[in-house]
Design a binder for this molecule. Structure first.
Ligand code: AGP
Length: 372
């Protein structure tokens, strides 16, 4: 009903708008005033976390994209090797797991059959499983050794939005916690990340306040057949997520690529007026990444692409090559997905509406896939 949607036309719009709160709620009580992580609910003994020699993340769909981003954070902050795998692939091959493997199963619903089967498979082989889940008491956390709940609140729209942002927050917290338990040197970078996390809800709010041009752009592209998404580093999974949102909501052909792969094939797809969304990493910090993606934007624009560039405030290098520029607040590199995903959600939602699609209940899809 209209009341349930809180005045919004669709649950998806309501859930996009709830993201600042969802993110803040997921952080609540988990970082103390001195910047230390307190994840008491993670009932896996510190000794086990200290001895883990590999992290394997299993998930499906949007939760898988959260896992891909988590890998960058876990490996960078903890130096523990981390693999990310689609649960549906993992469960049917012969993965190498042992008692020192920490498996992280990410699921909004906690009922996804493929993810559940993957975690059973992992536990049978002695691995410890930690669930990142949004649904209290659901099957995946019940069958795991421990759970870190995301506090997004109920997500009704089939397309996942606020659950994704909170999955990212939970994964960042876990990565920092693993680092803390294992005695990672708590350098300036990690302090900056912890400080930024504390205010990330406000940054997401700021992004939401500037979405009107993104909506107008989406409406102007409603007749297109294909939209491509490019990113590097943590921007690559963001590109994949932007493309998935467009497929499921707008029923358009959309693909995400790692920008560095362009020359290995996808650049052949570029033709006059093809919209390409590019997620640009921060020019600060890992500036080499930034330079590379600016060249990628130049390359595709020279071949006729209509470039839609998502870049940090103050990033002037992209301006000459952006047909459309979407600004997001500056964040530490690894946290950028928390702000850069938001315009892509709004974009897909508006495109779906413009094409006359049912936003909350896309065709052929179910909110939680409890069958194979
Ligand atoms: C997201 O927009 C999708 N509807 C879908 O990919 C979803 O993320 C996937 O099915 C996993 O669901 P879960 O998080 O409930 O396990």
């Amino acid at each position: 009903s209209a009341a349930e949607k809180g005045g919004y036309d669709h649950f998806m719009l309501k859930e996009i708008a709830e993201q600042p709160k969802a993110v803040a709620d997921t952080l609540l009580g988990r970082i103390d005033a001195s910047g230390r992580l307190t994840l008491d609910e993670v009932r896996i003994p510190d000794a086990v976390l200290r001895e883990a020699d590999k992290v394997v993340i299993v998930a499906c769909g949007t939760a898988f994209h959260a896992g891909l981003i988590a890998k960058y954070a876990i490996e960078h902050w903890t130096r523990i090797p981390c693999e990310v795998e689609l649960a549906s692939e993992f469960r049917y091959r012969d993965p190498i797991l042992g008692q020192r493997t920490l498996v992280i199963a990410i699921s909004q619903s906690g009922e996804t059959m493929d993810t559940l089967m993957a975690l059973r498979h992992a536990r049978e082989q002695g691995a410890k499983v930690l669930a990142v889940c949004n649904t209290n008491g659901s099957t995946i956390p019940r069958e795991s050794d421990a759970v870190l709940y995301t506090h997004a609140g109920p997500e009704v729209a089939v397309a996942s939005t606020k659950a994704f942002l909170t999955q990212l927050v939970a994964c960042y917290l876990l990565a920092l916690y693993l680092g803390q338990v294992r005695g990672t040197k708590w350098g300036d970078e990690i302090h900056a990340v912890v400080r930024e996390l504390a205010r990330i809800g406000e940054e997401v709010e700021r992004v939401l306040e500037t979405m009107e041009p993104v909506r107008a752009l989406a409406r102007s592209l409603a007749h297109k057949d294909t939209i491509l998404f490019l990113g590097r580093h943590v921007g690559y999974p963001v590109a994949l997520e932007g493309a998935l949102k467009l497929k499921e909501l707008a029923y358009m052909h959309a693909e995400g690529f790692a920008a560095g792969e362009l020359k290995h094939g996808p650049i052949a797809l570029i033709e006059e007026d093809l919209p390409v969304v590019v997620v640009v990493p921060s020019p600060k910090g890992r500036s080499v990444l930034h330079d590379k993606i600016v060249s990628n934007i130049q390359e595709i624009r020279a071949r006729g692409a209509r470039t839609i560039v998502i870049a940090e405030e103050g990033d002037e290098a992209v301006v000459p090559f952006a047909d459309h520029l979407v600004r997001v607040p500056a964040t530490p590199t690894l946290l950028q997905p928390l702000v850069s995903t938001v315009p892509l959600q709004v974009f897909a939602c508006e495109l779906a509406t413009a094409r006359g699609n049912e936003v909350d209940q896309p065709r052929n899809l179910a909110k939680s896939v409890t069958v194979e």
